[in-house]
Design a protein around this ligand. Structure first.
Ligand code: GAR
Length: 199
């Protein structure tokens, strides 16, 4: 049985799109399937991508104690939660119930250029201002601190002379689209092996 994924989004949803397409392309051999796309913002363009792909969508309150999100994850029998440009903190109750089963992508080489308030263009602006010669992509498990959980995958991306936050963001994003679906696939496979071992 494929793992049941929930993807949480706040914005554009290009990583969501890459994940949907990756698992669709694996067809019968796929190990996971996106069954829910949920957002704290009803106007998130990512929800339109999900609806176009005939995936269930939902909006939830990110400012409560986690009950609304947990209710959704239970209702859809979610195995793995994938954060794709989701910009709110995950509530402790959700982290407790889904410990080791929430993954995030960050557009830099963590632990550098991470932490509260570091998202989107701000990350790339900080990288350029620092004079760093390389940045990258990090996929990690989520714990109760922003951008701090165990790292699952990293990929380096060069910073070129004359880069702007926009040009660097585009180079990093192209790598995110390759790395994230494959890292999610790997986590889903490991989770399936682990759950068979403990059955
Ligand atoms: C991506 O670059 C992702 O790494 C970043 O937001 C963007 C979402 O784009 N996430 C963070 O900065 C988290 N700290 P998308 O909505 O097109 O996938």
């Amino acid at each position: 049985m494929p793992s049941r994924l929930a993807v949480l989004v706040s914005g554009r949803g290009s990583n969501l799109q890459a994940i949907i397409e990756h698992f669709d392309n694996l067809a019968r051999e796929r190990v996971a399937k996106v069954v829910l796309v949920a957002s704290n913002r009803a106007e998130s363009p990512a929800l339109i991508r999900a609806a176009t792909a005939s995936i269930d969508i939902a909006q939830f309150n990110a400012a409560d104690d986690g009950s609304e999100l947990l209710g959704l994850l239970r209702k859809f029998r979610i195995d793995l939660v994938v954060l794709a440009g989701y910009l709110k903190r995950i509530q402790p109750a959700v982290i407790n119930e889904y410990a080791g089963r929430i993954v995030n992508i960050h557009p830099a080489l963590l632990p550098a250029f991470g932490g509260e308030g570091m998202y989107g263009a701000r990350v790339h602006e900080a990288v350029i201002a620092s004079g760093a010669k390389e940045t990258g992509v990090t996929v990690h498990l989520v714990d109760d601190e922003y951008d701090r959980g165990p790292i699952v995958a990293q990929w380096r991306v060069p910073v070129n002379q004359g880069d702007t936050a926009e040009s660097l963001a585009a180079r990093v994003l192209a790598v995110e689209h390759v790395v994230y679906p494959r890292a999610v696939e790997m986590v889903a496979i490991l989770q399936q092996i682990e759950s068979k071992r403990t059955d």
